[in-house]
Design a protein around this ligand. Sequence first.
Ligand code: NAD
Length: 248
Amino acid sequence: MSSLDSIAREASRLLRESKYAVVFTGSGISAEAGIPTFRGKDGLWNKYRPEELATPAAFATNPLRVWKWYAWRIGLVLRAQPTIAHRAIAELEEMGIVKAVVTQNVDGLHQRAGSKNVIELHGSIMRARCTECGYKWQIERQQSDEELPLRCPKCNALARPDVVWFGEPLPSDALYAAYREFSKADLVVIVGTSGVVEPAGSMPLITLRNGGKLINVNLERNRYSGIATISYHGKSSEFFKKLMSLMR
Ligand code: NAD
């Protein structure tokens, strides 16, 4: 039996026995949809430095440059389709096994795959927010350079992407909702995250401290590899394809 076979079998047993399973995802789950991760091989930050683009200081210095980078990423997200992993997670929720998805991602692919209870810790790239009046609106299409930087349709002040940048606090409603889910959970399935961005990265430890278990699916070893009951180091699509053949 290959290691993927035995890992998936054990994961399916843990999922079936769980009373309250929560999924925790990062950018790795969307890598196979063509949306680059920040770290790891082919990460966005190998080409761009985060402090030049995803910080309040970068936006204050050069909002147009930051908006151009976001417009490029919005284009990637609009062209992307949910992966096998996103769809499997939605199906596990439909089956009543997964109760919530807590994601660090800003791409909305979980919702497009059909997940209902999704908590976005870092906001959404498909939403803009006015820097003056706080008005928020959905972004429906990729903007041309001439339309940037976006301005508020209500008060015409400068708008920004409604995402959490480095050094900014998480939205309190998402933060509390996530703490609630991890406190209730007896199993967390972690998918495609290095786990280094805080406070998100430490949240699965709440479940662990309460006596719950972790399943860790990530291309390379990460901070959960030593503490998870099961770790699969490979592509999330491979893992979920095998897992779902055992769950259906
Ligand atoms: P990260 O870049 O730190 O880690 C991603 C992890 O995914 C890496 O360890 C990598 O080995 C793994 N990975 C890559 N391809 C994979 C695959 N096919 N299957 C399984 N694992 C794979 O990302 P992070 O932990 O999410 O933290 C960075 C921050 O970046 C987050 O706050 C998030 O908001 C933001 N981000 C989001 C998106 C998105 O929404 N799609 C994209 C880039 C960055």
